[in-house]
Design a binder for this molecule. Sequence first.
Ligand code: HEC
Length: 290
Amino acid sequence: MSLAKRFNLSLIVMYICSVLIAAPTIYFSTKSQVYSRAEANLVLLVDVVKSIQDFVATDLRPHFLKEKIFYSPSFSGIVATSRIAKYLKQKQPEFYISNVSDNPLSPANQARGIELELLNQFRENPSLKAINTAGRIDGQNYLVSSAPKISKKGCLRCHGDPAKAPNDVVENYGIESGYGYQSGKVVGVSVVGVPLEDIQRLTIERSLIVIGGITLLFALLFIVVNQLVRRLILVPIASITEQAKAVSKGDISRELPAVRRNDEIAELANAFELMRRSLLTAMKRMQRKS
Ligand code: HEC
């Protein structure tokens, strides 16, 4: 195999290796970046929701309880969260906050899909405090954090017997669904979700840019290396080979043009030319003697 071909072959092998290393590296780094960005947003959103519920529990509820006003948005953290979630949805539609149940007061809070799966998991395993997972909601990938909603005595004021529920609850939600809670039971789940960017699409976009760059670099390298190999190695060696063939056929009069460089090939060419000249003088001397 010629030298140029060997160089080209090793360049091609190096190119394929770079692409094979780049593609999975891009995939895994994109995936970890997408997840860590979503996790940071999720932690923030979960804390905002907790703060809303803390605010209702510590600043609002005791005051309204004293006044015996059971207005649900200022009494229940879940109701306050669901109202705030409604306003947030108008500003940040991609974020997902919900409190759902399979026995909801509001039909909009009916657990479905991944919410229902989470609800069942919390029912099967009552010691679970939270589940963080990735899943699809309304056709979009989300990273969600969910927690069980466990019924306590205070919840029964609104979710117990519908005949004893506050007027604003019965007026707004009727008496069909959302009642009959029992203390200590998992009655619903809270689900907070942040969208997960499309990892596959991002990977393809980034791969196209990086692999395009690698291809351009190797194409450039290919041209430069081929030029250098041709000029510095192949052409001078071909002329030395030609000269050697001529000498072997007895033609030692042709002079090898001097190579004005300072490398091994030049040394070989100059050494060859020196040998030819010595041979020429030796032959002339012999001719004179005979
Ligand atoms: C002051 C009345 C009141 C109290 C007390 C109350 N809730 Fe509710 N709850 C509501 C109302 C009203 C809704 C409907 C909110 C909406 O429209 O999204 C609701 C919604 C829910 C939902 C969402 C599903 C559904 O029914 O629409 C869950 C789950 C829930 N409450 C659990 C609880 C738990 C657990 C407690 C006790 C820790 C509790 N609630 C205490 C009034 C109350």
